[in-house]
Write a protein that binds this ligand. Structure first.
Ligand SMILES: [Zn+2]
Length: 61
């Protein structure tokens, strides 16, 4: 079996929309990712996973 490197989960600040790579947290099952404690740009503490992020910029082309 080949080992493929995993792409880290990315999080988006709900306030200013800056994207952060998740912090790796080691667990019994392996590891998972967590958002930063707070946004370095605006200080907000609300983050959503990039994959769950609604497309606010919905200019349909
Ligand atoms: Zn922010």
């Amino acid at each position: 079996m080949s080992h493929s490197p995993e792409r880290p989960v990315e999080y988006v600040c709900e306030n200013c929309h800056v994207i952060y790579a998740g912090t790796v947290i080691r667990t019994d099952e392996g590891h998972r990712y967590e958002p930063p404690d707070e946004c370095a740009v605006c200080g907000a503490r609300e983050f959503v996973e990039l994959t769950q992020y609604p497309h606010v910029d919905s200019h349909a082309t």
